[in-house]
Design a protein around this ligand. Structure first.
Ligand code: 5RP
Length: 239
């Protein structure tokens, strides 16, 4: 699998391969969303085939559910699973506290619910996702369609009073139409530049009526597995 990959995919693959080594027989897993998480699903399926590992997976999106089923993994709902042992997912950015921005793929709501229901969250990423301050990557906010403009106005007022360096908000689009999440909601992307206090911002954003969830994951991730294109892997825990 390794030799034909691009350098970007190699980095994702080695991180995913290392992360699935934490999986043990009988575990219930949260399956993340995105191109790096897709490598994790493939690596997991490989272990299941090779070792006869019995695991059950709760996917965080229909995309991941489709891939997992296609590769022969047993898919269950979070309600069927109850508590999960490990969630393995990608990220758009992470800092030294292992705070994350997620939702580049629009699956932040299910990703946060699933990660929060897990004993451990392992994030897999390339070194390009490591930042000193979160915020270069636009922060996704999942919002209800009802009263969208009103919610956007309140978010705008809120971020103007926060420790951030930017305040633009854009509606996430897909092929000329607003992007719609698996839950039938919309995504606003907040271009904040630098987020001074991710925890405070995460709490404040969820107070706005119409905000379903925000893409800041604070105090949720336990370990980051970083892959490099030369095949090496590094692990980063909380400082
Ligand atoms: C999806 C996510 C993804 O984990 C994040 O966007 C990273 O994706 P990729 O691994 O493709 O870079 O949060 O909602």
């Amino acid at each position: 699998m390794f030799v034909e990959l691009s350098s970007v995919d190699k980095a994702k693959y080695v991180a995913a391969k290392r992360a699935v080594e934490f999986v043990e027989d009988g575990m219930k897993l949260g399956l993340g969303t995105g191109s790096t998480a897709a490598w994790m699903v493939r690596c997991l399926a490989e272990r299941v085939q090779r070792e006869g590992l019995r695991i059950q997976g709760v996917p965080t999106s229909t995309r991941t559910a489709d891939l997992a089923r296609e590769l022969g993994l047993e898919v269950i709902t979070l309600d069927e699973a109850g508590r999960l042992d490990i969630t393995i997912d990608g990220t758009d950015e992470f800092d030294a506290n292992l705070s994350l921005i997620k939702g580049g793929g629009g699956a932040l709501l299910q990703e946060k619910i699933v990660a929060s229901a897990s004993d451990r969250m392992i994030v897999i990423a390339g070194f390009d996702k490591r930042v000193v301050h979160l915020g270069q990557f636009p922060l996704p906010i999942e919002v209800l369609g009802f009263g969208l403009k009103s919610s956007q106005g309140q978010i705008s007022e809120l971020i103007a009073a926060q420790d951030v360096t930017g305040c633009d908000i854009t509606m996430r689009m897909a092929g000329g139409s607003p992007f719609m999440t698996d839950q039938g909601n919309y995504i606003l992307d907040l271009h904040l530049g630098k987020i001074g206090d991710p925890k405070k911002l995460a709490v404040a954003l969820n107070q706005v009526p119409g905000v379903v969830e925000n893409g800041l994951f604070v105090d949720i991730c336990d370990l980051i597995v970083l892959g490099a294109s030369d095949g090496t892997v590094e692990e980063q825990s909380k400082n």
